[in-house]
Design a protein around this ligand. Structure first.
Ligand code: AMP
Ligand code: MG
Length: 291
């Protein structure tokens, strides 16, 4: 993008137009007001909706190509790693985001880990036990489809543990993420922010479309009834756990094309900042003879 703006006026425009990483980051220490963030907005884009969509799709496609090269370099470097945490209400688009943003990466270097209701073995341990073993090793990108944040979301909303227990988890999570970050893992946490109306449409689509029906669960309706409690629990998780070493991003997700572009932009930017470098050869290739 930057290269396209070669005139002075263009440079100024580029400096003024904000990147999704800056537009959506939750500043550490700030309190998020989800009610004030319209899930249908499309900041960073301008023009008619059709124009916005076309440019978001084109820039998303560019992001994916760039991510592929960066992933290759991360893998070759073989030291650092990236963890992307995806959270959102049912139908927020976690699966679609994984398909569109990470689907084109080399499967050798990327893994998706989903976290559902804990098994009895998992429940017999601390809540981070099942999480820690799925974090990325050197050179890898791991995407969490739900995460340890469920332990301050569904667990809090349903009172699955006493309040004193979930209250201390925010600090525990921050410490856990600091450990990962200090060990070479770049952490990006994305909340896919949809409206209650949009969820209604997407749930209805799951009912109406036989191909989508398998995704519908009656339990989703029970969770929907607690929408307000979830927004409250999210507000607290996003506010208390957005840190320098593991920032949260609130991505407006009612429009899938906006969501895809925003998330791929955030991931691409983080990979570019890592600027992974393949290790230098420890030998002089000119001296090697292959017979
Ligand atoms: P899905 O994402 O549709 O496959 O649903 C997974 C379900 O597992 C969601 O309803 C989550 O709330 C639930 N889940 C994930 N982690 C936990 C947890 N730690 N405790 C209780 N339920 C959880
Ligand atoms: Mg579900």
């Amino acid at each position: 993008m930057a290269a396209a703006h070669t005139t002075n006026a263009g440079k100024m425009l580029y400096a003024l137009s904000m990147h999704p990483s800056e537009l959506h980051v939750v500043e550490p220490g700030s309190v998020v007001d989800l009610g004030a963030i319209d899930p249908g907005r499309t900041p960073g884009l301008s023009g008619s909706k059709e124009k916005e969509r076309a440019s978001a799709e084109a820039m998303h496609a560019e992001n994916v190509v760039a991510m592929r090269d960066l992933q290759y370099r991360l893998w070759a470097e073989g030291g650092r790693s990236v963890l992307v945490v995806l959270q959102g209400m049912d139908t927020a688009g976690k699966d679609g985001t994984i398909r569109h943003v990470f689907g084109a990466l080399n499967p050798q270097g990327v893994r998706v880990e989903g976290f559902k209701q804990p098994t009895s073995e998992e429940l017999a341990h601390d809540y981070l036990w099942r999480i820690h073993r799925k974090t990325p090793g050197a050179g890898r990108i791991v995407v969490f489809n739900r995460s340890h944040y469920e332990d301050v979301l569904v667990v809090r909303v349903h009172g699955l543990v006493p309040e004193a227990v979930w209250q201390r988890r925010y600090e525990e999570i921050n410490a856990f993420e600091r450990l990962l970050a200090g060990s070479g893992t770049t952490i990006l946490k994305v909340f896919l922010h949809i409206s209650k109306d949009e969820q209604k449409e997407r749930l209805q689509a799951r009912l109406d479309d036989p191909a989508k029906r398998w995704k519908f669960s009656a339990g989703d309706l029970a969770e929907r009834k607690r929408w307000g409690e979830y927004q409250q629990a999210y507000t607290e998780a996003l506010s208390r756990c957005s840190t320098e070493h593991a920032p949260w991003f609130v991505v407006p997700a009612d429009r899938k094309w906006y969501r895809n572009w925003a998330v791929s932009s955030i991931v691409r930017r983080a990979l570019e900042q890592l600027d992974p470098q393949p290790p230098e050869a420890e030998f002089d290739p000119a001296t090697v003879e292959i017979d």
